[in-house]
Design a protein around this ligand. Structure first.
Ligand code: AMP
Length: 175
């Protein structure tokens, strides 16, 4: 299977959730077992020889790839969630949206100093979300060993922001 076949399985939905946005819909890829399998295998291959203690997945589509990847690589999975969802003591980080701000949270005791962490989400656009996740992990004293995404919207140059923290890997790229 080629990367092009994976790309063809991702549906583009114009003007969702608002005019001008080209929404990359992964549901059409996830429902095809051989495509989903291959996406995970390619991500896992990249990190097979890297020491990772935890995959940190960003709610909610980061969970879809993050949890099976943690299983394949034999490491733990930690969720970063939207505000108000985690039950125990949390640390939080605000980040800018196009209009206004949003907040993500992680359990305060999820990571300890020196843990090696891979951050995962389905897609990188401006990188605001992933950078907020990086700040949480840094605040916890853990070490970011990389960021991985199924999809990268290259023209938004989010990669530049994240490369200040750690290397960035994406499976499929769009302009
Ligand atoms: P950003 O913080 O700008 O990098 O945006 C990344 C987050 O927004 C990810 O969690 C994505 O799931 C979502 N997202 C942003 N743009 C798109 C898009 N064009 N298609 C699908 N999801 C998107």
């Amino acid at each position: 299977m080629t990367l092009n076949e994976i790309k063809n399985a991702i549906r583009n939905v114009p003007d969702f959730p608002k005019p001008g946005i080209q929404f990359k819909d992964i549901t059409t890829a996830l429902k095809q077992p051989e495509i989903f399998h291959q996406m995970l295998d390619l991500m896992a291959e990249k990190y097979r020889h890297t020491k990772i203690d935890y995959i940190v997945g960003i709610e909610s589509r980061g969970f879809i790839f993050g949890a099976p990847l943690a299983y394949i690589l034999g490491c733990g999975f930690i969720p970063i969630r939207k505000q108000g969802k985690l039950p125990a003591e949390i640390i939080s980080q605000e980040y800018a949206l196009e209009y206004g701000t949003d907040k993500i949270e992680m359990h305060k005791d999820a990571l300890k100093e020196g843990d090696n962490v891979l951050i995962i989400d389905d897609l990188i656009a401006t990188a605001g979300t992933a950078e907020a996740a990086a700040k949480l992990i840094t605040q916890a004293g853990a070490k970011i060993i990389g960021f991985t995404f199924a999809i990268e919207l290259s023209s938004l140059q989010g990669r530049k922001t994240l490369e200040k923290y750690a290397p960035v890997f994406s499976l499929i790229q769009y302009e």
